[in-house]
Design a protein around this ligand. Structure first.
Ligand SMILES: [Zn+2]
Ligand SMILES: [Zn+2]
Length: 246
C-alpha cells in the first residue's frame, strides 16, 4: 500500500509519498535505499526465458531442435514487425511484479523492469541500429484513469539506459477499445481496427523503431501498431514486451 500524507505547512500543503518498508511479495524488510516496493531477492527470482524462440514473433520453444525456424503462425502470416521478444512467460513472479506495476500504480517498478529487459536484450540484435523507442499508446481516457501509461514508463526507462530517443505522442490511440483480455481471440483484431494512428508520419518515415509494451497476449496490439508505423514509412519495426501470455 502506498500511503500519502498531507503535511500542513505554514502556507503550502505538501504531499509526501511514503513507500512501504517491506517487500510487497515476500515481506522482507527493504533496507537498501535502492529497493523500492519489491526486494532485490524477489526480483532475482523473476523467470527469464533463455531457451530457443521463434526468430520472428519470439514464441518460446520447448525443444532446441526448433531453434532458428519461424513458428507455424509466422510462416502462415508474417507479422508487420520483424522480430519481437519477451523476457519470459506471463506467470509466476514476473506476472506478480507486472500486476503491482500496472494495477497497483507502483510506477517506480518501471525502473527495475526496464533495467531487467535492457540487461537481457542489450547485447543482442534487438537494439542494434534503432532510431527510436515507441511506446504502445493508451487512449487518453484510459491513461487519465490509470494516471500513467505503463508502456511509456517502460519505454522511458529503456531510452535512459540505451541512449535511444523515446518518441511519444506520435503513435496515438484514437479509439477507446474494450481491454483485449476481455475478448475472445477472434474479436481482438476487429476490436483494434482503426484504433491507432500516426500523427507525424515525417518522424517515422525511413526509421527503425522498437515498439514497447508490457504484455504480449495474442500480438494483435503490436501487429496493429506495427501496421500503422509501416504505413507511415517505417523501414523496420521491432517489438519488446516484458511478458508473453500465449
Ligand atoms: Zn521480496
Ligand atoms: Zn512466430
Amino acid at each position: 500500500m502506498k500511503l500519502r500524507f498531507r503535511l500542513s505547512r505554514a502556507f503550502h500543503p505538501v504531499t509526501v509519498t511514503v513507500f512501504p518498508s517491506f517487500c510487497r511479495l515476500c515481506g522482507r524488510a527493504l533496507d537498501d535505499p535502492d529497493e523500492k516496493i519489491i526486494c532485490a531477492r524477489c526480483l532475482e527470482t523473476v523467470e527469464i526465458h533463455r531457451g530457443p524462440v521463434c526468430p520472428v514473433c519470439g514464441r518460446f520453444y520447448q525443444q532446441a531442435a526448433a531453434s532458428g525456424q519461424p513458428c507455424g503462425q509466422c510462416l502462415e502470416r508474417a507479422p508487420e514487425f520483424s522480430r519481437h521478444r519477451s523476457l519470459g512467460p506471463y506467470s509466476g513472479r514476473l506476472k506478480e511484479v507486472i500486476l503491482l506495476f500496472k494495477y497497483r500504480s507502483y510506477e517506480i517498478l518501471s525502473r527495475p523492469l526496464s533495467a531487467m529487459a535492457f540487461r537481457h536484450f542489450a547485447g543482442g540484435d534487438l537494439f542494434e541500429g534503432l532510431d527510436y523507442i515507441v511506446p504502445v499508446p493508451l487512449h487518453r481516457k484510459r491513461e487519465k484513469q490509470r494516471g500513467f501509461n505503463q508502456a511509456e514508463l517502460l519505454g522511458r526507462g529503456l531510452s535512459d539506459l540505451s541512449g535511444l530517443p523515446l518518441l511519444s505522442g506520435v503513435l496515438v490511440k484514437i479509439r477507446n477499445t474494450p481491454p483485449q483480455v476481455s475478448l475472445e481471440a477472434a474479436e481482438r483484431e476487429t476490436n483494434l481496427r482503426k484504433a491507432f494512428m500516426v500523427k507525424k508520419a515525417g518522424k517515422i518515415a525511413g526509421r527503425r523503431v522498437l515498439l514497447v509494451d508490457d504484455v504480449f497476449t495474442t500480438g494483435s496490439t503490436l501487429r496493429e501498431c506495427a501496421a500503422r508505423l509501416r504505413a507511415a514509412g517505417a523501414i523496420e519495426i521491432r517489438a519488446l514486451t516484458l511478458a508473453r501470455a500465449a
